[in-house]
Design a protein. Sequence first.
Length: 124
Amino acid sequence: MLLGAVIRKLGFLHPQSINDLTNITLYFLSPIVIIKAFEQPFSRSRFYQLLLLIVGVFLTYFVSILIAKLLFHKVKDQNIRQIATYGSIYSNNGFMGVPLAQGLFGSVGVFYAVASMIGFNVMS
């Protein structure tokens, strides 16, 4: 990210270029990385681990929703309350999570990061 900020400050990237790179990453590179992470022989234990993780993600979202509603229920302005609630529950797990999981844990990390993305897409 620091490299991107430096490149932008030096004028090598313009706002439209940044949007184009974001679209390439979001719509082409991330799906390729995700598909590559799932290219592995079927393993019953890995499948059960994935299911258990998905259940854990859903439980985490339900608990997060309850906590957020308790924390922000006294906020008078409905827009601020909704923004604070949503912002405290949902993360940027797709755009930042997949590259981070790839960098730290390789394809195995991406495989399990997808469970979080499933929960995010269903719950949001």
